[in-house]
Write a protein that binds this ligand. Structure first.
Ligand code: ATR
Length: 292
């Protein structure tokens, strides 16, 4: 543990619950590696206390905050500014200190992008399937369109929800990039090509590890790469089904890694070295008991 002194800067996580977070491993490891006098602490914030928590942190001269469930949207109302893509997504997970208050960013989205890039997965010009239409799927859709994806098919159990999110994204960018559809209608996808699929539903999340949002092999034969946002378990049923049908598959732990790395970079005005990123990733896997 580094020595805490009169110059130590505070960063933290606000959410409810926060007790199982892995984020302190990310930030305290980076601070230690870089010899930065900063500590990162989780704060459990009770319902109704969000504004006080953010204003209190600012008054205490805290350098930055991460925001997690259930406050990612509500926090926007407590900020001095919001980054453009975070504003479109309607959710922030990183607050960066400015003179007047905190400015909000969404490094979940950019973290997903960096995680995919680090695996050699490109988004630009790609035809993409997003499974789900909840908060995570919404952020993924905004990211894909903002990075110049080709067509994005938003496939959800409830078509109405996919339609609503698709319209929001298309309206925000002024083009018809996102096409909503029901999961079971995958046979209507343009034939003769394979897709990048981002699994953004909550299906398959521990302890419900035997489930996938779709079982049909014919569906998985349409996928060249599957990226599951879930990282617990580290091999989801979705990933297994993608691999069994001949595609490559990845879990979401690198997204968690890069959302943290990017938050750390924003707070400290630095660029984390690839060597340190790998060290942090190994520590995360160790803390979570993940071997691959
Ligand atoms: P998050 O914020 O993690 O994205 P969410 O907003 O609750 O969570 O969204 C959950 C997503 O998982 C939704 O797309 C949901 O589909 P519906 O819109 O039809 O509810 C999807 N989902 C959850 N359980 C599901 C299940 N058993 N089968 C299919 N989709 C499911």
């Amino acid at each position: 543990m580094r020595q805490i002194d009169g110059h130590t800067r505070l960063c933290g996580l606000i959410g409810n619950p926060v007790e199982h977070t892995i984020s302190p491993v990310i930030h305290n490891t980076l601070a230690e590696r870089e010899g930065r006098n900063m500590v990162y602490v989780p704060f459990h914030v009770e319902k109704g206390q969000l504004r006080k928590a953010i204003e209190g942190a600012f008054a205490l001269n805290a350098l930055g905050l991460n925001v997690t469930v259930p406050y990612k949207s509500e926090a926007i109302g407590c900020l001095a500014g919001v980054d453009e893509i975070a504003e479109k997504i309607g959710a922030v997970n990183t607050l960066v200190r400015t003179e007047k208050g905190y400015k909000g960013y969404n490094t979940d989205a950019t973290g997903l992008y960096r995680a995919m890039r680090s695996e050699g997965i490109s988004v630009e010009g790609e035809e993409i399937l997003i499974l789900g239409a909840g908060g995570a799927a919404r952020a993924a859709a905004f990211l894909c369109v903002s990075k110049g994806a080709g067509r994005v098919y938003m496939m959800n159990r409830t078509e109405e929800k996919a339609r609503k999110v698709a319209k929001e994204v298309n309206d925000a960018f002024g083009r018809e990039s996102v096409v909503p559809m029901r999961l079971e209608d995958y046979g209507a996808l343009p034939a003769g090509r394979r897709y990048l699929a981002i699994q953004a539903t909550s299906v398959g999340l521990y302890p419900d590890a035997d489930a996938a949002v779709m079982e049909d092999r014919a569906f998985y034969e349409r996928i060249h790469t599957g990226f599951d946002l879930i990282y617990r378990p580290s091999c989801t049923r979705f990933m297994k089904l993608v691999r069994d049908a001949g595609g490559k598959a990845y879990h979401g732990l690198k997204m968690l890694l890069y959302q943290g790395v990017e938050a750390y970079e924003l707070w400290n005005g630095t660029s984390v070295s690839e060597e340190d990123v790998i060290i942090v990733y190994d520590k995360m896997k160790e803390a979570m008991g993940i071997e691959e």
